[in-house]
Design a binder for this molecule. Structure first.
Ligand SMILES: *Cc1c(COP(=O)(O)O)cnc(C)c1O
Length: 381
């Protein structure tokens, strides 16, 4: 099997696993145990990891809240900000191509009485800043726009979007899961108030993530979602996942050290894949802007091809399609770009990763072309 689904998850890097292992056995202390050396060692390890994660996004250690992943971080930022501002502001703004972990908390708040504006994107998947400016009112509590899309890899203009939010007193959250560690991302340069991250998209373990929470500016604060022992500045109670956090820290340090050469390598593989597919198939289009995109992402669709037959044919390549598993549901992201249901279903998302080789790219391109061309001969559209 060739794995080209690195937007869904990444394997844990061997260096990350090695850093984690002692914290399951010998160094098993609770980071909140303040009375003995077991607790101190665990706490030191957590604080070291907090620094590593903070540095990856240009933040201070104190601004990092560890969570169980990005779904929880998004829920904490969106519901926490909305509830903290409930008395004076009752409006939220987001974008149609966001991850479900942003859209669903927004929908829940809407059911609970908040007003939510979901902005469209253009055919390339980009947010229109003039439309964003129009949508934000003096009652807007929070604007949430993802840094990089998990299906089409499109990079949104975060700095400009954050400035528009702040101009009307709204706070700004970004789901930065796909951007962090892959393209430069700096919370100070972008001036965001909240940013969600997860370890398993940057070669760390599953089940650990973080929320960046700005302090001492614009009165930014959050209402907690999980109450208990008051861990993580009282914003996320619960005994810390010490091995997971240590792994997240190590993964962040590696991602930062290798970001530039990895970006150059993966973009070259992406272009190799695109050129091979263009040469070997007809009726293929790229979904989303090519020039504002994650280096390791390619999303294409094929005219007149049955999406399910396409996926069935690609039996030795792990890619994802417009079809969510067996249910023939088109991707909400591709629909937001204006693709028809059939076209959205006949789409493939390639996510190139750290271990992907040129030989794998060549083999995957040949296989996709073979299946597409075979399906075309079977049923000429
Ligand atoms: C994977 C992903 C998430 C969810 O992260 P988990 O840590 O798995 O909860 C959220 N947003 C984006 C953009 C993602 O790609």
């Amino acid at each position: 099997m060739i794995y080209l689904d690195h937007h869904a998850t990444t394997p844990c890097d061997g260096r990350v696993l090695e850093a984690m292992l002692p914290f399951f056995t010998q160094q098993f202390g609770n980071a909140a145990s303040r009375q003995h050396a077991f607790g101190w060692a665990a706490n030191d390890a957590v604080e070291r990891a907090r620094k590593q994660v903070a540095v990856l996004m240009g933040a201070g250690s104190k601004d990092v809240i560890f969570t169980s992943g990005a779904t929880e971080a998004n829920n904490l930022a969106i519901k926490g900000a909305a509830k903290a501002r409930r008395a004076e502001r009752d409006h939220l703004v987001t974008v149609a191509t966001e991850h479900q972990a942003v859209l669903d908390p927004m929908t829940r708040l809407e059911h609970e009485g908040w007003h939510v504006t979901v902005l469209p994107v253009d055919r390339l998947g980009l947010l229109d800043l003039a439309a964003l400016e129009q949508a934000i009112t003096p009652r807007t509590a929070l604007v949430s726009v993802m840094a990089a899309n998990n299906e089409i890899g499109v990079l949104q203009p975060i700095k400009d979007a954050a400035a528009l939010a702040h101009a009307k007193g709204a706070w700004f959250h970004t789901d930065a899961v796909q951007a962090v560690g892959k393209v430069p991302f700096d919370v100070e340069a972008l001036d965001v108030d909240f940013a969600s991250l997860t370890a398993h998209k940057i070669y760390g373990p599953k089940g650990v993530g973080a929320l960046y929470v700005r302090r001492n500016k614009r009165g930014v604060k959050l209402a907690a979602e999980i109450d208990g022992g008051g861990h993580e500045r009282g914003l996320r109670s619960g005994t810390l996942n010490v091995p997971g956090i240590v792994g997240f820290g190590q993964a962040a340090e590696i991602a930062r050290a290798e970001l530039s050469p990895e970006a150059r390598r993966t973009v070259a593989l992406r272009d190799r894949l695109l050129n091979a597919l263009l040469a070997m198939t007809d009726g293929m289009t790229v979904n989303g802007a090519l020039d504002a995109r994650l280096p390791g992402n390619l999303n294409v669709s094929f005219e007149g091809i049955d999406g399910e037959a396409l996926l069935v044919g690609l039996d030795d390549i792990a890619v994802s399609s417009g079809a969510a598993c067996t249910a023939a549901e088109p991707s909400h992201v591709l629909v937001a770009l204006g693709l028809s249901t059939d076209r959205a279903l006949a789409s493939l998302r390639f996510g190139i990763g750290r271990a992907t080789t040129a030989a794998e790219i060549d083999a995957a391109a040949a296989k996709v072309a073979d299946v597409v061309n075979r399906l075309r001969t079977l049923s000429p559209a």
